[in-house]
Design a protein around this ligand. Structure first.
Ligand code: 5GP
Length: 164
């Protein structure tokens, strides 16, 4: 319960264009967009098209188990990307939200040392985040409803009985 920030698919489209424009205006031209699954996949796809970057990588991180309930620390799930792929590359990490910032920090630390440069882009950043992202569309401290996860997974329906 409490106040919610509601992102619709319609607002998401404009948010991604705005975020990409900010990145382009800043002169950052990533070689690779590294998405944090699953929410960051939507963000990474939109940013990669808008920034004309054809190289998307993906890392699976598990942290949240429900509204405001988390594991103790986020964990990278297999398959973990090969750091060799990022060597000397300009990487843009893409995620839906930096909340505690622990997820982004994990992925940021994973990149550090091997990449030429790494920056982060998120739709939302909360004030408590221990990572300050270079590119943020909107700041909020409310729980966010994302269009891809606001509804429960679909369940299989019974076969329709066809009338003769
Ligand atoms: P963090 O590690 O920054 O605390 O959280 C990262 C991940 O937790 C996000 O990528 C997202 O999947 C989930 N998360 C954190 N805050 C919210 C929120 O307000 N709403 C939703 N739907 N997911 C969130």
């Amino acid at each position: 319960s409490g106040v919610r920030e509601n992102l619709t698919y319609e607002r998401f489209g404009g948010a991604i264009r705005d975020l990409a424009q900010t990145i382009a205006d800043d002169g950052y031209e990533p070689d690779i967009v590294l998405s944090i699954a699953r929410g960051g996949v939507f963000v990474a796809g939109g940013l990669a098209y808008a920034l004309d970057c054809k190289n998307i990588h993906l890392v699976n991180v598990e942290f949240y188990t429900g509204v405001g309930t988390t594991l103790e620390m986020p964990v990278m799930l297999a398959p973990v990307p090969n750091a060799i792929d990022f060597s000397e590359k300009k990487v843009l990490i893409a995620d839906d939200v930096a909340d505690t910032g622990k997820t982004l920090k994990l992925v940021h630390d994973f990149c550090q040392g091997t990449v030429a440069e790494v920056r982060s882009a998120v739709i939302y950043e909360k004030s408590q985040s221990l990572v300050k992202c270079e590119y943020v569309w909107k700041r909020t401290d409310d729980w966010i409803n994302f269009p891809w996860s606001v509804e429960p997974p679909v369940v299989r329906r019974e076969n329709q009985v066809l009338d003769a």
